[in-house]
Design a protein around this ligand. Structure first.
Ligand SMILES: [Zn+2]
Length: 416
């Protein structure tokens, strides 16, 4: 008898929970940035399943009181290396499994990067090329581990040296990437800035890469310095990464061609400087390379100031986050506002609707719009008046699921 009663009690409690689960989630907000440059006040965002269904200040349901915070769409980082991590010896282990670690160790680190990135307020990232990205993307999509939505290039295309391919071979390489499940193509058209940034592909090779990708329905992100910037624009590629040492006239050329531009204002450089011990001596990282990075940083910030003053130039948000930077992607907002003088609202939009447009996902993410995915975050403070508020992410929802909530239903903050 007792057992039956207990069973009944459980069933009733269970039914109550199911009813609550079926109610819409209601986020009460006092300040809402819509991701497109507008601030709304004293309303509520209503979420059903994984989607935003409407804004309605009178809505009822499962209420989360986010008043007193600044609520906005989850951020989008257009350029990360999500699999880069430090190995068991503390040194840069690169993008996959390092010699001194097991695959299990590497994949726990990589899954940790995904978790840190999501907790930092980034609900979508574009990872520009490592084979480890694909299984991570797929595990997150299946709901097996938490992380941001990942788009990946899986395998970048490099030119020069051993990577030299004919235009025909480049087209085959692009087609193979498409078949491997790449979401985009990442193309290295220049050497690293640490070795001078010289072009590594001819115009003909770059034309073949970006043309074939377009035919395959893949966007093209081109790592380009100096003259390679102009070459990428002329080849019809989608987006230029980095861009240092370019002719200033190329900023207008990008604007005229609608080429997205993704420079880095400070996070990735300072992450290298802060972790010099972990990077120096690992492949690609020398003292001379670090000196080269230090030397070009002021001109990089000057270039971003010029980019901001270029009418019509679509400057997206991309950090180039590597080991040590995952979860701290939002620091880039602070560099852009404090070092390059960007308007805070513009910087935030560059990681919301503009970034979504650059990924061709504007119908799914990047703004608080009915019908879009419920990717919503809240920060403690107002980033429009104090950009460092982006460090204080206290609420993270992705596709309608709450992953982080340091706010009680009465609106009291729980500090970490
Ligand atoms: Zn990169």
């Amino acid at each position: 008898m007792k057992r039956v009663l207990l069973f009944l009690a459980c069933t009733i409690a269970g039914a109550g929970m199911v009813a609550a689960q079926n109610q819409p989630i209601v986020l009460r907000v006092s300040t809402l940035l819509d991701g497109k440059g507008h601030a709304l006040h004293d309303t509520a965002v209503v979420i059903e399943g994984d989607k935003i269904v409407r804004l309605d200040p009178h809505a009822t349901g499962r209420v989360y009181d986010l008043r007193g915070l600044t609520v906005m769409p989850g951020w989008i980082d257009c350029h990360v290396h999500i699999s880069w991590h430090f190995g068991p010896d503390g040194k840069n282990a690169g993008q996959g499994v390092a010699k001194n670690e097991s695959p299990e160790q590497a994949f726990l680190e990589i899954a940790g990067n995904a978790w840190d990135t999501l907790m930092g307020g980034f609900t979508t990232v574009q990872s520009v090329g490592a084979e480890a990205d694909a299984p991570l993307r797929d595990a997150i999509n299946r709901g097996e581990i938490p992380g941001p939505r990942i788009l990946t290039a899986i395998r970048p295309l490099s030119g020069g040296g051993r990577g030299n391919r004919s235009p025909e071979q480049i087209r085959e390489y692009v087609d193979q990437d498409k078949a491997m499940g790449a979401d985009l193509m990442k193309i290295f058209a220049s050497e690293s800035i640490r070795t001078g940034g010289k072009p590594t592909l001819t115009q003909e090779q770059l034309n073949a890469a970006c043309d074939e990708a377009k035919k395959d329905g893949l966007r093209t992100l081109v790592h380009a310095y100096g003259v390679a910037v102009k070459m990428s624009v002329l080849a019809g590629c989608t987006e230029v990464e980095h861009g240092m040492l370019m002719d200033p006239a190329d900023l207008k050329l990008m604007a005229d061609h609608g080429t997205y531009f993704d420079p880095q204002a400070g996070l990735v450089q300072n992450n290298y400087f802060d972790h010099a011990k972990e990077y120096l001596g690992t492949p690609g990282y020398t003292e001379e390379g670090f000196d080269a990075m230090r030397k070009v940083l002021p001109s990089d910030v000057a270039m971003i100031k010029q980019a901001l003053a270029t009418p019509g130039l679509k400057m997206v948000f991309g950090t180039d986050a590597v080991a040590g930077a995952h979860g701290r992607n939002a620091e880039e907002f602070i560099y852009r506002v404090q070092q390059a003088g960007e308007d805070p609202m513009r910087a935030l939009v560059s990681a919301n609707s503009l970034a979504a447009e650059s990924l061709n996902l504007q119908d799914q993410i990047g703004s608080i719009t009915p019908g879009l995915q419920a990717d919503i975050i809240a920060v403690d403070g107002n980033p429009l008046t104090d950009i460092t508020a982006v460090r204080r992410v206290v609420f993270v929802m992705r596709s309608g699921t709450i992953y982080e909530n340091h706010v009680s239903e009465r609106g009291r903050m729980f500090r970490r």
